[in-house]
Ligand binder design. Structure first.
Ligand code: VG1
Ligand code: CO
Length: 533
């Protein structure tokens, strides 16, 4: 085979290629502009460290691609680690809607398998602002529907089975035989997994049907579609309504969903919603039931700042080290690489461990399924709600809710944040100590994080209002939206013994306080949020 021809294409830089919480997220139409996508990919490649000084040429010797172009984000993280790849590029709108009029995204993961940290994304952004050309290789068309390796001189393209390595991984983590025997001995136990036409369909079919012996009717929307069948592949109570309705109507014991690229998860049962902040706490509290953690032990646990402190209670009781990081999975990577973090989660339906460097939807579903199976060995008939109640009885309950105001006018959103900032600086003295609906302000700040491993500092990670009783209100702007601005309002209230309340009723006064203090309705003209979790 002759070597590939590389050509240089002149281009002009774009000013807006700044990656956000996880990758560069824009409308599909933006990525379709001439040179836009090529520019960004070139900027990523140029930012890869081992290639040294500015202007050095990156030699891409090998490309590994999932069959049919399908690879979930967690499976890609695993593959990068297993194959010792330099990094990986993921083309995905993640939890946002896709198709020609909606979203697209490009995520870049580094050699540890995790999302690029800020130092790397900053470098990508810097390069993108002055890019004058990109390189294109004339690689012949490769059939992505067949697992094979294609060699072109010193360069090769390997098309791999998307599911195999991932299934091997999760089978090392969990006791499949015990889950399988629980399922076959409990014919009344109904499980339903919704892949939301995202990437996890083939994984779910292989794991739940082939490996665990469930009927094919246990998985829904399992054919991946480019536009997610017109849906919004975000596994929450609003967008996964098809699953939610079926769980209630059909009395399903265990319902689960994951997002477009398979890194998020939602766990529900009839009449039961497992809040993601509780989910990671319950997994941490029950980690001794999972073979992987029996082997490794728990080195530490972590959560993103807005995630409730439910896991803090577990850490305290069990003596685990606890870390609070900014929003975004990239902040967990250093701690994991340093061997200081085993289990972590985000309130945004992200849960995972150090088995890879991404949050992992199917991993979380299997974690819960393992816990259900084990608990049922000693307490037959235990439901998700029973497991939650037992947890609340032992640790208390952190009532938590998130209100999303999606695609609001940027100007309005900025006004909300600017107004709140006045209480951090010049109006601080009158604000701290004030009481709203029974909650007295103890402190207000803008979350700043110093990475304990490399000392890097991330500022402006969300405005926190902390109250005397430990309750919190947090405001931050989304870094994954593609249009206007999205305001996220998070509230949390801890109760040691009153854990049977409806979550919305429990946090009602905090929401009132948040809206009053921020003047959000006035600034954004939004009477109500688009999504409530
Ligand atoms: C959101 C979530 C954050 C998550 C990120 C990426 O970011 O809040 O917790 O890590 O999405 O998820 P933001 O900046 O919009 O709040 V995914 O499934 O798009 O990788
Ligand atoms: Co995602």
């Amino acid at each position: 085979m002759t070597a590939l021809e590389i050509s240089q294409v002149p281009t002009n830089p774009f000013a807006d290629q700044k990656p956000g919480t996880s990758g560069l997220r824009k409308r599909v139409r933006v990525f379709q502009q001439p040179h836009y996508t090529e520019n960004f990919v070139q900027s990523i490649l140029a930012a890869i460290p081992p290639n040294g000084p500015e202007g050095a040429t990156l030699v891409v010797a090998k490309l590994i691609i999932g069959k049919d172009g399908i690879l979930s984000t967690p499976a890609a993280s695993n593959l990068i680690r297993k194959r010792h790849a330099t990094g990986g590029i993921l083309l995905t709108a993640s939890h946002n809607p896709g198709g020609p009029d909606n979203d697209f995204g490009i995520k870049y993961n580094i050699s540890n398998g995790g999302p690029a940290p800020e130092a790397v994304t900053d470098k990508i952004f810097q390069i993108s602002k002055s890019l004058a050309h990109y390189s294109v290789a004339n690689v012949p068309q490769v059939d992505l529907s067949v697992v094979a390796t294609h060699t072109f001189g010193a360069f090769s393209v390997e098309v791999v089975d998307s599911v195999d390595d991932y299934v091997t991984l999760v089978k090392e983590i969990y006791d499949f035989a015990s889950i399988r025997s629980f399922l076959s001995n409990s014919p009344q136990f109904k499980l339903l997994f919704d892949a939301m036409h995202g990437v996890t369909g083939p994984y779910a079919k292989r794991i739940f049907v082939d490996e665990l012996g469930l009927p094919i009717s246990s998985v829904m929307n399992f054919v991946p579609k480019e536009d997610f069948g017109g849906g919004h592949p975000d596994p929450n109570l609003t967008y996964a309504h098809e699953l939610v309705e079926r769980v209630e109507k059909e009395g399903i014991d265990f319902g689960a969903a994951s997002d477009g690229d398979g890194d998020r998860n939602m766990i529900i049962g009839k009449g039961t919603f497992v809040n993601p902040s509780d989910s990671v706490a319950v997994i941490a509290a029950n980690a001794h039931l999972i073979p992987y953690f029996q082997k490794t032990g728990i080195h530490g646990v972590a959560r993103s700042m807005p995630t409730s402190g439910a896991i803090d209670r577990v850490a305290q009781k069990k003596g685990f080290a606890l870390f609070e990081v900014p929003t975004g999975w990239k902040f967990f990577g250093n701690l994991m690489d340093a061997g200081r973090l085993s289990i972590c989660g985000e309130e945004s339906f992200g849960t995972g461990s150090d088995h890879i460097r991404e949050k992992d939807g199917i991993w979380a579903v299997l974690a819960w399924l393992s816990i259900v199976a084990k608990v049922n060995e000693t307490k037959p008939g235990s439901s998700l709600q029973d497991i939650l109640n037992a947890h609340y009885a032992e640790y208390g309950r952190n009532y938590f809710s998130r209100y999303d105001y999606e695609e609001v006018d940027s100007e309005g959103a900025n006004k909300v944040m600017a107004h709140l900032t006045t209480f951090i600086d010049h109006k601080r003295d009158e604000f701290v100590g004030q009481t709203f609906h029974g909650f007295t302000v103890r402190n207000i700040d803008n979350f700043k994080y110093t990475d304990p491993i490399d000392g890097s500092v991330s500022t402006n990670q969300g405005i926190r209002i902390l109250f005397e009783d430990g309750s919190r209100i947090i405001f931050r702007l989304s870094g994954t939206g593609s249009q206007g601005a999205t305001i996220r309002l998070y509230v949390e209230k801890y109760s040691v013994d009153n854990y049977g309340q409806d979550a919305q009723a429990a946090i009602k006064e905090l929401i009132q306080t948040a809206l009053e203090v921020s003047r959000l309705v006035e600034f954004t003209k939004r009477e109500s949020p688009t999504v409530i979790t």
